[in-house]
Design a protein. Structure first.
Ligand SMILES: O=P(O)(O)OC[C@H]1O[C@](O)(COP(=O)(O)O)[C@@H](O)[C@@H]1O
Ligand SMILES: [Mg+2]
Ligand SMILES: [Mg+2]
Length: 312
């Protein structure tokens, strides 16, 4: 039985996408059982980035690592591992956030797996420390009310939904498109007192709504799962901000260039949106360290441009 409809997937990448889907189906089944199975949200340690690791972070990482070597992945860079692993494949370098939105594991809110694929480079680190524009595929699996796959190979952004009847990801959209203007913004407003001026100005203008300089009302959203925020923005528009702020260790925000920001930027730009570090396009930038964080603003083109204007 196929795990995904293969028609729109480049032939050389099909084994990688199939391995991601097959593993995603297993992870989805584990998540769906929640407290009926083993404790998924229990703390089990700390990763290199200093985040607490939960049981599901580690289980998902082990499952993807195991599946991807035989699918052609040579270098495997995971948010949950300190350095790049060399697997059995030859062609590809794959970066992964095996479980995004860890704080939502135990509360039955959408979480996901984010991935980014480059052609394998000269060595493990060189394969990932390069311009984000050199990605040849990027996407995420969302574990939500529906399990879905959103992916780009550089010619549009595709959406698949997992059909529970035959556990096959089926194509539902071929050209996702983010409207240029937005009516919703997403930011963790709990950190307001730490924000830089350009973020404070952006949010104050949005909050002023029709009566302010933007001349329209905005709704506010925050799920605390990047995958879920991206899915909403790809589905109905909006803008997302997780910039640097004045908290210790948050000068470059929270999100990682290699595992989270570069792949989401590729998906968003392929859907007609924009993705910056507040000012410069993410796709023009390279990570200089594997676990490097970077400020991230993405979504509706007009909003991302407006933020860049305030950034100066
Ligand atoms: O808890 P905060 O500061 O609002 O951060 C939420 C962000 O952190 C993340 O959960 C980080 O990802 P991980 O769960 O993979 O560490 C994002 O999904 C989300 O956007
Ligand atoms: Mg994450
Ligand atoms: Mg994670």
């Amino acid at each position: 039985m196929p795990v995904i409809e293969p028609d729109k997937i480049p032939a050389d990448l099909l084994p990688v996408i199939e391995a991601l889907c097959a593993t995603g189906i297993d992870v989805a089944a584990t998540i769906a059982r929640g407290p009926l199975g083993q404790s998924l949200g229990a703390g089990v340690g700390e990763n290199t980035g200093g985040d607490q690791q939960k049981a599901l972070d580690v289980m998902a990482d082990e499952a993807f690592e195991k599946a991807l070597g035989p699918a052609g992945v040579k270098y495997y860079a995971s948010e949950e591992q300190e350095s790049v692993l060399t697997l059995g494949g030859e062609k590809f370098a794959l970066a992964i956030d095996p479980l995004d939105g860890s704080s939502n594991i135990d509360v039955n809110v959408s979480i996901g797996t984010i991935f980014s694929v480059f052609p394998a480079g000269a060595g493990p680190e060189e394969s990932f420390l390069r311009p984000a524009s050199e990605q040849i595929a990027a996407g995420y699996i969302i574990f939500g009310p529906q399990c879905g796959l959103v992916v780009t190979f550089g010619s549009g952004t595709l959406m698949y939904v997992l059909d529970p009847a035959d556990t096959c990801f089926k194509l539902v959209e071929t050209g996702l498109s983010i409207p240029a203007s937005a009516k919703e913004y997403a930011i963790n407003a709990g950190y307001r007192r730490h924000w830089p001026d350009y973020v404070r100005s952006y949010v104050e203008q949005a909050e002023a709504g029709k009566d302010g300089p933007r001349g329209k009302d905005f709704g506010f959203r925050w799920v605390a799962s990047l995958v879920a925020e991206t899915h909403r923005i790809l589905s109905r528009g909006g803008v997302f901000l997780y910039t640097g702020d004045a908290r210790p260790a948050y000068a470059r925000g929270r999100l990682r260039m290699v595992y989270e920001v570069a792949p989401m930027a590729f998906l968003v730009e392929q859907a007609g949106g924009k993705a910056t570090n507040g000012k410069d396009p993410i796709l023009s930038l390279s990570a200089t360290e594997l676990h490097q964080k970077i400020p991230f603003v993405f979504g509706a083109a007009e909003e991302v441009d407006h933020v860049a204007g305030l950034h100066g």
